[in-house]
Design a protein around this ligand. Structure first.
Ligand SMILES: [Zn+2]
Length: 408
């Protein structure tokens, strides 16, 4: 199967972390090399390749001239990574898209409507802080002017980075012509959990929907002082209510059946021998439904207020991003389940707590997702993995879905 060769050629690009993690951030050298890989894969297959106005890449498998049904079927995912991320999150969906087209061509299939493989820009938000930036801009879910002004950690704006990479930032924004020509989007993705790995077990899953999720910034402001001379009794140390809040978040999520994580904190001024003046911490919370998410955040906020008062520390909490629940198109999901069933592929339906471009595109078109089993469930880390046999079954499943949607 052509997947192995596609995979081998992409694997070395952007693997900079000594532990084997990837640093493929939007418009950096590594990510531009991934874009070149995409263009080469498309050229090798005689697929017309183009970048849209938001720097998302598209490779088109067109029906014979003069015989094209409306409503293109799009598959694909993203090529960028989180800091020191795994190899599969994103690229598996893009490489599987090309490999599925190869499989259909080997079988002599001809599309009745256009089929495209897409690679969406800055899906992880690792460089400019806003996840699914390319698909949000494409669908109009993100204001272009605000996006142009987004800055990376070194102070470079999105507009500057796009210009340096040869894209025109003045063009970014909704693209109704492109969207209007798409009939459905099917994203294949490595599973970011262990639902498929656990008994009874299956190599492939179908997404039911995406949990609502969001990010909140907690800022604890205390009084900076000397770690060696300030008495314990008089201290207003913002690290302490933060620590209590992190523990409360874990307990609260455990009791509600939700997820709550503080994965990033910034202590100012950050001296080893000083009490911090402030601690900023970012809460990532996710839940099966909106009520569960709201309750999780309310309880953690209340715990933070209680702890802050106890330590004489001021607290402010602000939401930074909120994503409502996404339910994928039930008709498309049932159709895919039937196609996979007929192909003898057992594919349970499961929900996910991870965000995806498919979740953004679902607001504008029938959208579905296929998951490929991840034995450890680890993702966003070098240990992220999927077995080659499962990945190949993913290609077979995707080809069956594309054949059903586009080839008759
Ligand atoms: Zn992803």
């Amino acid at each position: 199967m052509s997947l192995a060769r596609l995979w081998e050629s992409l694997l070395p690009i952007g693997r900079e972390d000594p532990a084997g993690g990837y640093r493929r951030y939007a418009f950096t050298q590594a990510e531009m090399a991934c874009r070149s890989w995409f263009r080469a894969a498309a050229a090798e297959r005689d697929l017309a390749v183009s970048a849209d106005r938001n720097a998302n890449l598209w490779a088109w498998w067109d029906p014979p001239a003069g015989d094209c049904a409306p409503g293109a079927i799009v598959t694909g995912s993203h090529l960028d990574s989180v800091p020191d991320g795994g190899a599969f999150d994103g690229p598996l969906g893009v490489a599987s898209g090309f490999a599925a087209i190869d499989l259909l061509r080997e079988r002599g299939r001809v599309p009745a409507r256009a089929v495209a493989v897409a690679a969406f820009c800055e899906e992880e938000g690792a460089r400019f802080g806003l996840a699914c930036l390319g698909s949000r801009l494409l669908t109009g879910a993100q204001d272009p002017a605000a996006a142009r002004a987004l800055r990376d950690g070194a102070g470079v704006t999105l507009a500057e980075a796009m210009t340096a990479a040869g894209y025109d930032p003045a063009l970014i924004g909704p693209d109704e012509d492109l969207l209007g020509g798409i009939g459905a989007f099917v994203e294949l993705h490595v599973e970011q959990g262990r639902a498929l790995a656990e008994p009874p077990g299956a190599a492939i899953g179908i997404a039911a929907g995406i949990w609502p999720h969001g990010r909140w910034r907690f800022e604890f402001t205390g009084q900076a002082d000397h770690a060696g001379t300030a008495r314990l009794a008089g201290r207003r140390d913002p690290m302490l209510p933060f620590a209590a809040t992190a523990l409360a978040a874990r307990e609260c999520a455990g009791s509600l059946g939700t997820l709550a994580t503080f994965g990033k904190i910034a202590a100012e001024p950050g001296g080893v021998n000083a009490i911090s003046s402030s601690v900023r911490a970012w809460l990532d919370a996710r839940a099966p439904d909106q009520d569960g998410l709201d309750l999780t955040v309310i309880r953690i906020h209340a715990a933070a207020e209680h702890a802050a008062r106890r330590h004489g520390v001021a607290l402010s909490v602000a939401p930074e991003s909120l994503t409502p629940p996404v339910g994928f198109d039930p008709e498309l999901r049932d159709r895919i389940a039937a196609v996979l069933g007929a192909a003898g592929i057992d594919a349970p339906v499961l929900a996910t707590g991870a965000g995806h471009d498919a979740g953004v595109l679902a607001a504008r078109m029938p959208t579905a997702m296929l998951f490929v089993r991840n034995p450890s469930g680890v993702s966003h880390a070098p240990a992220e993995h999927a077995e080659p046999a499962d990945c190949e079954l993913g290609v077979i499943a995707l080809a069956a879905v594309l054949e059903d949607l586009a080839c008759r």
